[in-house]
Design a protein around this ligand. Structure first.
Ligand SMILES: Nc1nc2c(ncn2[C@@H]2O[C@H](COP(=O)(O)OP(=O)(O)OP(=O)(O)O)[C@@H](O)[C@H]2O)c(=O)[nH]1
Ligand SMILES: [Mg+2]
Length: 225
């Protein structure tokens, strides 16, 4: 509690989220800060994957994390232990973040001094799909225990995301998860989706993911001047 700032954010007073998201994009471009929006069901492994990603990239990039939850600061405290800047948004119970809330988080982090910021969105596969935050990259996690049928049930999330991380692959022997079927279902909804399989617990697949991420951040920052 002493180590992490908690910011109470309310639904944006500005009715038009897309306008706010465009403002975020302009500000982030001017600051040369790359923003990633991370979405998934509760418990799919967002925070654990972030800790592993931070530990692999924190010597190469100045990183900040915005945690969003309805209550508590447990995820922000976990991230704080990695040594990167973090704050915790409480959004009054809404099932997603909006662009105005994210700008409050970015301002509090002083994102102008950072290369790369991740927003860990509220855990669910429905509401966050429809809200542009002004991010450069939308990433979703689907964990093996959730099952390979999720693209059939939550198509919008799979359609509106750039990268899919299939997490907890170390558990595959105890779950009936068909990677080929999953990939077929995802590609039908989103032919350009980039897919990585990983386990934040064993580290398997983490290098390919963090190499891709580092390259994406570097390329964008360089093209931005
Ligand atoms: N076996 C295994 N367990 C994992 C892995 N990643 C995360 N977990 C476990 O899954 C549980 C949830 O992980 P979190 O990282 O808290 O998931 P989250 O998506 O951040 O959860 P919320 O923020 O509550 O939505 C924890 O018990 C983790 O230890 C993994 O790669 N393999
Ligand atoms: Mg979490």
């Amino acid at each position: 509690m002493d180590n992490v700032r908690i910011i109470e954010v309310k639904k944006s007073v500005y009715a038009n989220n897309d306008l706010e998201a465009n403002k975020n994009r302009e500000v982030l471009k001017a600051q040369n800060t790359y923003l990633m929006n991370l979405m998934s069901s509760p418990g799919s492994g967002k925070t654990t994957m972030l800790v592993s990603t931070i530990n692999r990239l924190k010597e190469k990039l100045k990183i900040g994390i915005i945690e969003a939850d309805i209550d508590s600061d447990v995820d922000a405290l976990t991230i704080h232990q990695t040594g990167v800047k973090v704050n915790q948004l409480h959004n009054g119970g809404s099932c997603h973040l909006d662009a105005g809330m994210v700008m409050s988080g970015l301002n509090d982090l002083h994102a102008e001094a950072l290369d790369f910021v991740v927003v860990e969105n509220i855990g669910n596969l429905i509401c966050p799909a429809g809200y542009d935050l002004g991010q450069n990259l939308k990433v979703m996690i689907l964990s093996v225990p959730e099952g390979d049928d999720k693209p059939l049930k939550y198509p919008k999330m799979f359609q509106s995301t750039d990268v899919l991380l299939i997490s907890k692959i170390d558990t595959v022997s105890v779950f009936n998860f068909d990677f080929e079927a999953l990939e077929r279902r995802v590609k039908k909804l989103n032919p350009t989706m980039k897919i990585f399989k990983l386990s934040a617990l064993t580290g398997e697949g983490m290098e390919a993911w963090t190499d891709y991420l580092l390259e994406s951040v570097k390329k964008w920052r360089e093209s931005n001047g």
